[in-house]
Design a protein around this ligand. Structure first.
Ligand code: NAD
Length: 308
């Protein structure tokens, strides 16, 4: 039976570390790290994500501020707000929830956030630093993927890893982090031929395609480790909607370990956002040791796994 990697438990463990860092800063006479979230319009999914993020901040002692702007906010006004937040010393992290309304240039907006406060890690400066292995803020989901993976395989040197998906927010940054960890990485995508055979060679599969139950049991070699990033809402036979990952979970019990959906990568994404906010605050406060996203090389506790 494959171990189930408990993302909720590992996220709680990371939150404890983050809270301890917040307490340490406050004890040293600093203000608590501050995260500002900007939400433009009323996209229901974005509302849920923003609420979750704000609530998570409270748990670890991060100060959070919300700017809710109407859907018809002009790009100019949004950029002016970001400029003001970039200059505000009480704001250490800025997150602009995407998707933005069509009349706003998302890339321009994300580029206008100061790289030091870019807790999503989407600014080209942070992307460049990640791809050259020179620090910076690491995007939350890829950082969470690495932590989950390291809870099973602390040393990835020479491991054969297949990443399914090459998006800028998941696939590419995950591939860069894996290369930094000395893994042998194959990045695949919708036009890749022979994906089942490629996956069958892999010690590790990171599935981030958004294609429900794409990875079948016979794609996975015995003892492989699978990190399932995909989340798709699907209607079940009973008419109720449920969340489905990119992996046919019931067919991969011959794997060494697998993340569930939900309860795998999802909780790690928010925990990493909090960790990134504290990292940004520590950098801005002059603690030079906080160069890199909460030291993902520090593997979480293996007792966090349960057996299926
Ligand atoms: P995306 O649509 O931007 O990119 C998907 C990538 O997968 C593309 O490179 C595409 O070529 C590839 N792909 C799609 N179908 C494929 C197939 N059948 N075979 C091989 N490759 C295929 O998606 P994204 O933003 O990277 O997100 C991927 C998935 O991860 C989605 O389900 C998304 O909801 C999920 N996600 C989860 C979290 C989390 O916190 N758990 C965070 C971000 C994204």
């Amino acid at each position: 039976m494959a171990d189930i990697i408990d993302g909720r438990a590992i996220a709680r463990q990371l939150d404890e570390k983050t809270k301890a860092q917040v307490d340490e800063l406050v004890a040293a006479g600093h203000s608590a790290p501050g995260l500002t979230v900007i939400l433009v319009g009323e996209d229901p999914a974005s509302e849920v994500y923003v609420r979750r993020k704000i609530k998570a901040c409270e748990k670890v002692g991060i100060r959070s501020t919300e700017h809710r702007l109407p859907a018809d906010t002009s790009q100019e006004d949004l950029l002016a707000l970001i400029d003001q937040l970039n200059k505000d010393e009480d704001v250490h992290g800025i997150l602009c929830q995407v998707p933005l309304p069509d009349h706003i240039d998302t890339r321009l907006v994300l580029r206008s956030i100061s790289p030091e406060k870019d807790v999503d890690g989407f600014h080209p400066v942070n992307v460049g630093r990640l791809s050259t292995g020179t620090g910076g803020i690491v995007p939350c989901t890829p950082l969470g993927v690495m932590m989950l993976l390291k809870s099973v395989i602390p040393d990835l040197t020479g491991k054969d890893v297949v990443v399914i998906g090459k998006s800028n927010i998941v696939g590419k940054p995950v591939a860069n982090l894996l290369l930094d960890a000395e893994a042998t990485v194959t990045v695949t995508h919708i036009y890749t031929e022979g994906l089942p055979e490629i996956c069958r060679q892999a010690d590790v599969i990171v599935a981030a395609a958004g294609a429900p139950e794409l990875v079948k049991g016979h794609w996975v070699k015995d003892g492989a480790v699978i990190i399932d990033v995909g989340i798709t809402r699907k209607e079940g036979e009973d008419g109720k909607t449920k969340l489905v990952g990119d992996v046919k979970f019931d067919e991969v019990q011959h794997a060494k370990a697998v993340t569930p959906v939900p309860g795998g990568v999802g909780p790690m994404t928010i925990a990493c956002l909090l960790a990134n906010t504290v990292q940004a605050a520590r950098n801005l406060m002059g603690y030079g040791d906080a160069e890199r996203g909460d030291d993902y090389a520090d593997a979480p506790d293996r007792s966090m796994h349960t057996t299926a």
